[in-house]
Write a protein that binds this ligand. Structure first.
Ligand code: 464
Length: 298
């Protein structure tokens, strides 16, 4: 197919902004199809030494391809002298975070359904040997049928066979001495092992899943504080509580995911599917082979 460029698109509103990228709504002038185009400034990426992260995001999106419905898809990439462009799926109904804030908190049916979609998404992602490492309600989007689309693989890790990385291999500095991996996700969702050992595995995403379930049910994040340091302290001390009326089945699952030892988290030792999570009482009436249509968010 012909190489594309920015002039093939009419750029519209800003859909999201990160420290290294801006995501725009854009329309293909030939097909009128809408996309989300992630634009990265080359000079900034180089100055901040984030080239490996950009390359990894592109590689992860390539590996994910289009065979699992729960991830944004990368259609094309192109560049000009100043910028890199990733043409991605446009998720018309925006971020999970905005929906939680809009309705305060989700009904248990909605929380259950979207947790189940995230479990299916993580089974696929981890099955490909990829850890997201920055899973949070801003990175869970809704497509036009209100199914989830997970995005932002800029922090992702492609695991070696031993399934745990002590350090990013790309943190080798000039002297070939391994620096501890300086990467940390978003404070409120980062797992204890990423803070204390700079290590990450599929279980790090299970911790984040527990945090997201807690937030869907209560409308709040479990670990909150006036500074990142105070939030990290609470995470490492497992210092959080359940508000009055927190659904008991959801509470039981959150308690089994927010466990300091990664391998003791529910599902952490499962193989191809998260059977231990699928069998949790929160999902007792769910058909994992056909979740059916999403319940209306309210
Ligand atoms: N870091 C990243 O990689 N970020 C990305 C990547 C891909 C991507 C991405 C971010 C997207 C973000 C996004 C943001 C939004 C959005 C932002 C602000 C408002 C809205 C919005 O209100 N949409 C309409 C939704 N309402 C919902 C209620 C009924 C009427 C319609 C959507 C839609 N999609 C996207 O669509 N695709």
């Amino acid at each position: 197919a012909r190489r594309r460029s920015a002039s093939d698109y009419r750029f519209g509103k800003v859909l999201g902004e990160g420290s290294f990228s801006t995501v725009y709504l854009a329309k293909d002038i030939h097909t009128s199809k809408e996309y989300a185009i992630k634009v990265l400034e080359k000079a900034h990426i180089i100055r901040e030494k984030k080239t490996e992260y950009v390359m990894r995001e592109k590689e992860v999106l390539r590996i994910l391809g289009s065979s699992c419905p729960y991830f944004v898809r990368l259609y094309w990439t192109f560049q000009d002298p100043e910028h890199l462009y990733f043409v991605l799926t446009y998720a018309k109904n925006g971020e999970l975070l905005k929906q939680i804030d809009k309705c305060g908190c989700f009904t248990i049916d909605c929380a259950r359904y979207y947790t189940a979609e995230m479990v299916l998404a993580l089974e696929y992602l981890h099955g490909k040997g990829i850890v997201h490492r920055d899973l949070k309600p801003e990175n869970v989007l809704f497509d036009d049928n209100w199914h989830i689309l997970i995005t932002d693989f800029g922090s992702a890790k492609i695991l070696k066979t031993d399934n745990t990385e002590k350090c990013d291999n790309d943190t080798l500095d000039k002297g070939d001495r391994k620096r501890r991996n300086s990467f940390v996700g978003t404070a409120q969702f980062v797992s204890p092992e990423m803070l204390s050992e700079s290590s990450s595995s599929h279980a790090s995403d299970l911790w984040a899943l527990g945090c997201i379930l807690y937030q869907m049910v209560s409308g709040m994040m479990p670990f909150r504080g006036r500074s990142e340091f105070l939030i990290f302290q609470k995470i490492l001390n497992l210092e959080y509580e359940y508000p009055e009326g927190f659904d008991p089945q959801a509470k039981d699952l959150v308690q089994k995911l927010l466990v300091i030892a990664p391998n003791e988290r529910l599902g952490a030792m499962d193989q191809t599917t998260y059977t231990s999570i699928r069998q949790h009482e929160l999902f007792k009436d769910l058909n994992w082979d056909d979740l059916g249509p999403p319940p209306k968010i309210s």
